[in-house]
Write a protein that binds this ligand. Structure first.
Ligand code: PLP
Length: 448
């Protein structure tokens, strides 16, 4: 459908996407009746697939009792229960949950909490944030300023706060020199971060912010061994906070509830969203360490922030049930098993492919990166829009995956991100790789 015939503003102002009219586990149903295998849950959202009966039931039950109560006046049962489920056992010292409506809101809250903490604990000069290039932290102006994704930032650059600076990402495929070991690479990145602290003035930095496994902008990039321990040490030494953005890679996606569990470090503040509510309701959360909240409690006594739909009862009821299903059905174990299968199958199918330069990820969060030339890691010409061709060919072949294109700095090329639902079967994983292989070959043929 032409977008001009729709009153709804779509991402593309030229073409409206087809309508999805139904869902059934790992399948999405399009208006023409076609069943599309959902291999990425949108953007790593639908972790329990579609129309999970327990989650639908929980939403209906809550809706019949109470759909909304403003947090300026009331708390609610599902909000209290969700916070308890998320931080009742204080994972890594995270003791409080602030419930918002999505990932960008969780990041905004994280940035503001870090700032307010220092403003109220005798260090008002700490107002700077260090982030990484090729990161994505959301699309609101604060989150966009934190993100290091060149093309998303460019049109809004004059509006983005100069309080954010960016260092080299821990992206071994593009940033590690061939002559360098992984350890040397980590040492070099740590030295660069240390130098950035020194350049800004270490006691002016409030926090370093990073995704443990980079999602949308780079395609499932985990950091090399030891990177986050080095980063944590630098933050500790300078008295800055570590904010981890697990909006995409968190809530089980990489095989542990929090991706940071695999790094041996815990953040001071964490943002989660997507897999928290599995797409059944819009919800995100900021998780914060006890000492940060206690300092503000003893200071002004209130987090100076808020939105109308904080801790929305329906969203909380949905997220609580999503998390209970994950626990009851031992889905973390399943993610690890299926993740190994997905990685193996991708390696079999693409390991020797002349245009697949890298296969990477963790758990059910895996990506392939397409290159024009494997030896030199040269990306395809962005004008070819290879990722869009793959997306279209995949959809045509009954597969929804999440391809993205290169960034303006030209360092990373087209990649395809896969984030299948945790309830997928082994056969589903095989079908995802088969269909993706077919789509990639078709798209490559179309660019010659
Ligand atoms: N942070 C990361 C790592 C993300 O991947 C995203 C969304 O893709 C966001 C933040 C923003 O989340 P939302 O789109 O829910 O605002």
């Amino acid at each position: 459908m032409e977008a001009s015939k729709s009153r709804l503003l779509h991402r593309s102002l030229r073409e409206a996407p087809p309508k999805a009219v139904g869902g059934d586990g790992v399948w999405l149903i399009a208006e023409d009746g076609r069943r599309i295998l959902d291999a990425s849950g949108g953007a790593a959202v639908s972790c329990l697939g579609h129309q999970h009966p327990r989650v639908l039931e929980a939403i209906t039950r809550q809706a019949s009792k109470l759909a909304f109560a403003h947090t300026g006046f009331f708390s609610s049962e599902p909000a209290e229960a969700l916070a308890e489920a998320l931080v009742g056992d204080e994972p890594g010292g995270l003791a409080y949950a602030y419930l918002v409506s999505g990932g960008s809101e969780a990041i905004e809250a994280s940035i503001k909490l870090a700032r307010q903490y220092f403003a109220e604990s005798g260090q008002p000069q700490r107002h700077r944030f260090i982030a990484r290039r090729q990161s994505y932290h959301g699309n609101t102006l604060g989150a966009l300023a934190a993100g290091g994704n060149a093309w998303r930032r460019e049109p809004y650059a004059p509006l983005l706060s100069a309080a954010f600076s960016h260092v080299t990402p821990a992206f071994a495929y593009h940033e590690k020199r061939d002559s360098e070991s992984e350890t040397d690479f980590v040492t070099r990145l740590a030295a660069e971060l240390e130098a950035e602290f020194q350049r800004l003035g270490p006691d002016t930095v409030a926090a370093f912010i990073a995704e443990p496994v980079v999602g949308a902008t780079a395609g499932c990039v985990p950091a090399p061994e030891g990177y986050f321990r080095a980063v944590r040490e630098i933050c500790n030494r300078h008295g800055a906070l570590l904010i981890l953005d697990e909006v995409m890679c968190g809530m089980g996606r990489t095989g542990t509830r929090h991706a940071w569990e695999q790094e041996g470090v815990a953040p001071d503040i964490q943002a989660i969203a997507k897999g928290l509510g599995g797409g059944y309701q819009p919800i995100g959360a900021m998780l914060a360490g006890g000492r940060i909240i206690d300092a503000i409690r003893q200071g002004s006594g209130a987090f100076q922030h808020g939105h109308t739909y904080l801790a929305h009862p329906l969203a909380c009821a949905a997220a609580l049930e999503v998390q209970r299903v994950i626990d009851d059905e031992h889905l973390l174990d399943r993610i690890q098993d299926l993740g190994r299968q997905l990685e193996r199958r991708l390696t079999e199918r693409f390991g020797n492919h002349r245009h697949v330069g890298d296969i990477r990820g963790r758990g059910l969060f895996q990506a392939i990166e397409l290159v024009a030339d494997r030896a030199s890691r040269t990306p395809f010409d962005p004008a070819l829009k290879l990722h869009q061709r793959i997306k279209a060919a995949a959809l045509e072949g009954g597969l929804a995956c999440y391809p993205s294109g290169g960034t303006l700095d030209g360092r990373s090329g087209d990649h395809v991100l896969l984030a299948p639902p945790y309830i997928a079967t082994s056969d589903d994983i095989d079908m995802i790789v088969d269909r993706l292989g077919h789509a990639v070959d078709l798209a490559l043929k179309s660019v010659g």
